[in-house]
Design a protein around this ligand. Structure first.
Ligand code: UT7
Length: 314
């Protein structure tokens, strides 16, 4: 059982399938255009293909390597996904086996908020005795996309992002979080078993801005921090216009956020760890920085976390 009081992210990784589809390529089969998609969403291209478990494994192997850990160092695997390989068992079980982990494993489905839900859950396990939790967001939304529906087909992509959470004594921690669900809104974005994704786009857009703002503020309040103290915001990568509006309402300059959706489109629960990994790889984070993760998605769910960045225990 660990006795450290804090938490830090010690490893991170990303997997994107090799096939890239541009807006112009989508316009060959859909009544749309590169200009419309870019202007309304900020998306230029997306990666498509792979399996949810395969992408999860690729991202997790990178995260383990960055953390300098072996598979049997991990005490728990949490995989956030809305697009599991199978109905039963959980995709996490396959990932656990193929990575050679010896710990428990489970899926969490909170749609595009799933990674933050999993990060908060993983942090809870660290506070109650685990030393290291592997948290992955992995999606193959292309399997559930209606490629004849221009209002949704332009938005989604496939990919995975993973982090290793470790107990730590060097200042890193989860300072505050907020998880919410508005189940009465489940019909505005849903996919029946065996069906394809259906969405009331502009309604989701409006609700998303409200949900992100409310959730982000609640997490900052719980953490006892002001918007001016936040060094980096890692928002769910659905639409640059949603991020621009939500950042204004959160009172944080847009320059403090990260946007990778131009290249990945919306990868649901993978989007936040993919964007966080890019920020880390580009050295945008330093010790003691406060990072706000904020997601929203079908459910309708929203989830936010304020973390203080910690470095390796010396
Ligand atoms: O992870 C959470 C999941 N989802 C989201 O976050 C998505 C939230 N919603 C959005 O991002 C935006 O609502 C969209 C990008 C989906 C759509 O943008 P919008 O500015 O809300 O457009 P709209 O749905 O209000 O449609 C405007 C017009 C309509 O035509 P009319 O009725 O004005 O003639 C649509 O039929 O644009 C039309 N349209 C398109 N035109 C060209 C809808 N999709 C397309 C398209 N290409 N792909």
């Amino acid at each position: 059982m660990n006795t450290a009081s804090g938490i830090r992210i010690s490893g991170w990784g990303v997997a994107l399938p090799p096939t890239i589809v541009t807006n112009d390529e989508l316009s060959e089969t859909l009544d749309t255009s590169n200009e419309w998609i870019l202007e309304r969403s900020g998306i230029a291209k997306r990666h498509l293909g792979g399996s949810t478990s395969g992408l999860a494994i690729e991202a997790a192997l990178q995260a383990l390597a960055v953390a300098n850990l072996q598979p049997n160092d991990i005490d728990l695997l949490i995989l956030a996904t809305t697009t599991p390989d199978d109905q039963v068992p959980a995709t996490a079980n396959k990932v656990q086996h193929e990575l050679g982990l010896t710990c428990g494993a489970m899926d969490i489905n909170a749609a595009c908020s799933g990674f933050v839900y999993s990060l908060v859950a993983g942090s809870g396990f660290l506070k109650t005795g685990c030393d290291r939790v592997l948290v992955i967001g992995s999606e193959t939304l292309s399997r559930f996309t209606d490629w004849e529906d221009r209002s949704t087909a332009i938005l989604f992509g496939d990919g995975a992002g993973a982090v290793v959470l470790e107990s730590s004594k060097t200042g890193g921690d989860l300072l505050g979080w907020n998880l919410s669900s508005s189940g009465e809104l489940r019909d505005i974005l849903h996919c029946e078993i065996g069906g394809k994704i259906k969405m009331a786009g502009s309604e989701v857009f409006r609700k998303a801005v409200v949900a992100m703002t409310k959730s982000g503020k609640a997490a900052m309040d719980e953490a006892g921090v002001n918007p001016e103290e936040i060094a980096l915001v890692v928002p769910h990568q659905a639409n640059i216009r949603i991020i621009e509006t939500a950042m204004k309402k959160l009172g944080i300059p847009l320059e403090k956020s990260i946007w990778v959706g131009d290249r990945t489109a919306n990868t649901s629960s993978a989007s936040i760890p993919i964007a966080l990994s890019e920020a880390l790889n580009n050295n945008r984070v330093k010790k003691n920085d406060l990072i706000l993760l904020v997601g929203f998605g079908a459910g309708m769910t929203s989830a936010s976390a304020v973390i203080r960045w910690g470095e390796a225990d010396g």
